[in-house]
Design a protein around this ligand. Structure first.
Ligand code: FE2
Length: 462
């Protein structure tokens, strides 16, 4: 560019024939015409060259700026893309955290629900452990199935079942020695495959039919005062990949404390109940001393009525009430003259009339005690008959409370099988015959059928 500038400023004017006069004016000479055209042409070329070069320079400069700008944009864009990716990740994590939180909340709620039932005296063990098992499966969602089983009367019974055939499992009675007592939460592999070896032959097949193959179990024991009461088993299906972790064992160790607290509370209630029962038994025995032919009668009736109530599918609370009602059903006999009660010969109609007053008297005595209304009603109707010819209210069929119908059957059975002043005891075959004969007239036919089944299998006589 510098050379081009020099050419324009110093060389061109001279070569074009310009000269300076003394006055300072510039005048073209005549002989310079051709040269003049060439010079103007060259000047044009130079100007065009200058313009082209300048333009090129400008374009190069502009291009570089654009390239830099583009690079900056690309960098910015990359940053935006990265920022967007980070945001997406955070959003995903937030969503997951929210979901986890929702699940945690749900699990927490189920634990609280179970906890709130611990001190509930009305809730029976079956209902409580049903809730308990449901909550455990929410806390450990990799488990597919679950059972809760408790030791009762040296037998192993399932009382809550999830994912297996509950109806079949709950009627099974496994010998206690078939089950290992454990004292801490334990993970056991392939329990299902060990049935052949560990489970008594008599219950093995029904047990295998009621469950599904599982590969691993998380066993949580229920311990009260160092004593083993039962186990909750959470099982993973054989086809599943998952396995229980140490963390899950810890969670179940903590969770099992709720069940132990519930059992401790229930056992304490039971021992309080035993105390009350002993007081009432003392009173009943005083009555039986008064009426010597009914010695042991009330306790036997209570035991038999409870069995029948259980067979009839009544809940534990109703069975408990029937037991108490049976114990006190004859307390009204205290108003019947002792001479009549203990008379060895046949009773007259007037004497029978005196005896017929005892259910009403029992009712009056019992209803005086707060909270005993229902038991008082059960007692009042224990001499009603299915056909409506009983006493004191001549209730008919289902007007008679089911608990009273149950006590009636148990009472009659014990009367038939015990010596009475006016009758000798009769043999089992004759008892069954008698129940068949009076089913539908004296007794509820459905309950009688159930009862015939029970006495065919059992001998209540001591
Ligand atoms: Fe009676």
């Amino acid at each position: 560019m510098k050379i081009v500038g020099f050419f324009i400023v110093f060389v061109l004017p001279g070569s074009l024939g310009f000269s300076q006069s003394g006055t300072g004016s510039v005048i073209p000479t005549a002989e310079s015409g051709t040269i003049h055209s060439i010079v103007w042409g060259l000047l044009g070329i130079a100007v065009v060259t200058l313009l082209v070069l300048g333009m090129r320079k400008f374009l190069l400069f502009k291009n570089r700026a654009l390239a830099q700008e583009s690079l900056r944009y690309r960098e910015k864009n990359d940053e935006l893309v990265q920022a967007n990716e980070r945001l997406n990740t955070i959003y995903g994590e937030l969503q997951k955290a929210y979901q986890d939180f929702g699940e945690l909340l749900e699990r927490f709620e189920s634990i609280v629900e179970v906890l709130s039932k611990v001190g509930n005296n009305e809730l029976d063990e079956k209902s409580f452990f049903g809730l308990f098992l449901g909550a455990a499966l929410k806390i450990i969602p990799i488990a597919n199935y679950g059972t809760v089983s408790l030791i009762m009367d040296h037998e192993w019974r399932f009382i809550a079942v999830e994912g297996y055939d509950g109806e079949r499992l709950m009627v099974l009675r496994l010998p206690e020695e078939n089950i290992r007592h454990i004292y801490e939460v334990t993970v056991v592999d392939a329990l299902y495959d060990r049935y052949e070896r560990d489970i008594d032959e008599s219950v093995r097949d029904p047990l295998k039919e009621a469950v599904k193959p599982f590969k691993q179990s998380l066993l949580t024991p229920f311990i009260v005062d160092g004593k083993f009461y039962g186990t909750m088993a959470l099982d993973i299906a054989r086809e599943n990949e998952a396995t229980f972790t140490d963390g899950m064992k810890k969670v179940m160790t903590a969770f099992s404390k709720i069940a132990s607290a519930f059992l401790a509370f229930k056992r304490q209630s039971v021992s309080q109940g035993k105390f009350q029962k002993n007081i009432i038994l003392s009173l009943v025995r005083a009555l039986e001393y008064y009426d010597r032919y009914t010695r042991g009668h009330s306790e036997r009736v209570a035991r038999i009525a409870s069995l029948l109530a259980e067979a009839a599918g009544l809940d534990r609370e109703s069975i408990r009430k029937i037991y108490w009602a049976s114990l006190v059903h004859d307390v009204g006999k205290i108003y019947v003259p002792q001479l009549i009660l203990n008379k060895a010969g046949k009773l007259t109609e007037e004497e029978f009339e005196e005896i017929r007053k005892h259910p009403g008297k029992s009712y009056e005595i019992i209803k005086e005690t707060e909270g005993m209304d229902e038991i008082a009603q059960m007692v009042r109707h224990h001499h009603e008959r299915w056909d409506g010819t009983g006493y004191p209210d001549r209730f008919i069929a289902e007007e008679i409370p089911i608990s009273s119908r149950i006590i009636t059957i148990a009472d009659a059975y014990d009367a038939m099988t015990s010596e009475r002043p006016y009758r000798k005891s009769i043999r089992k075959a004759s008892v069954i015959e008698e129940f068949r004969r009076t089913s539908g007239t004296q007794f509820d036919p459905r309950l009688t059928n159930l009862f015939i089944g029970i006495i065919s299998r059992t001998d209540f006589q001591e």
